[in-house]
Write a protein of this length. Structure first.
Length: 225
């Protein structure tokens, strides 16, 4: 039998192979790629990126790696602007990132997001919610133990379903973490958490986002966070 090797697909085809399977379209692929506004690639992990750049000499956790954006801890549309302008060798552009400005269909959205940060935020939020709601299945189904330090007591088994749909009850360790956060911002250790605690946090974040959106940003680099 004659076997023809078609070779690897182009980066754009590869993106579509992966994301179409999950019911995501071109607009959602481009919007989700904007997640690379944040974070870094490390050669010792993925094989991509430089060991260190002028932007990653410090950072949370270990220094190093190569970021896609200058302000890689700040969520905004700078990913699209930086790739479009290709203004710095210290910034990472994967072949799948570059494809967003090369493929005619992806390009429509990438250009739009580079110009219109509000459109990016709106589309990103919708695409991210869709991705999260696809319903990841955990392998192995019985879960894995993620903390096996005997000094920490009996480890909690990680069961993905517990943290996704269906199960509303928080684990004891999560309740402790929330309580610690509450006390760290001045909450009394003797009082129960107010029932509107989360609502207050959401309102405070929303107000900050609105203030930033309307007053806090005079340069072209938009960020809602
Ligand atoms: C579009 C296809 C994608 C490709 C080819 C891709 C590729 C990569 C690669 C190579 C890294 C570096 C990993 C390392 O060296 O540690 C990375 C990191 C990252 N990716 Fe993606 N990714 C894709 C989609 C996404 C999506 C959909 C999201 C989220 C919605 C995402 C969020 C991130 C983040 C936040 C990091 C940084 C992680 C860190 O700083 O440790 N990526 N990605």
């Amino acid at each position: 039998m004659l076997c023809l090797d078609a070779g690897p697909p182009s980066p754009a085809d590869h993106l579509r192979d992966v994301f179409y399977r999950m019911g995501l379209n071109d607009q959602e692929i481009v919007a989700l790629s904007g997640a690379h506004t944040l974070g870094r690639a490390r050669p010792e992990r993925s094989g991509w990126g430089k060991p260190e750049t002028k932007y990653t000499k410090t950072g949370p956790g270990e220094a190093g790696g190569q970021s896609w954006t200058v302000k890689w801890l700040k969520f905004g549309n700078s990913y699209f602007k930086d790739i479009k302008e290709k203004r710095d060798e210290d910034l990472l552009v994967l072949p799948t990132d570059a494809a967003l400005f090369e493929d005619p269909s992806f390009k429509n959205y990438a250009e739009k997001y580079a110009e219109d940060p509000a459109a990016f935020f709106k589309d990103y939020a919708e695409a991210h919610a869709k991705l999260s709601n696809l319903g990841a299945k955990f392998d192995p189904p019985e879960g894995i133990i993620i903390d096996n330090d005997p000094a920490q007591g009996t480890p909690e088994k990680f069961v993905a379903a517990k943290y996704s749909t269906g199960k509303k009850e928080l684990s004891e360790s999560m309740k402790k973490k929330i309580r610690a956060e509450y006390e760290a911002i001045g909450g009394s250790p003797n009082k129960p958490l107010p029932t509107n605690y989360f609502l207050n946090i959401i309102i405070a974040i929303s107000v900050l986002v609105l203030l930033f959106t309307f007053f806090g940003n005079n340069n072209s680099d938009y960020s809602g966070f």
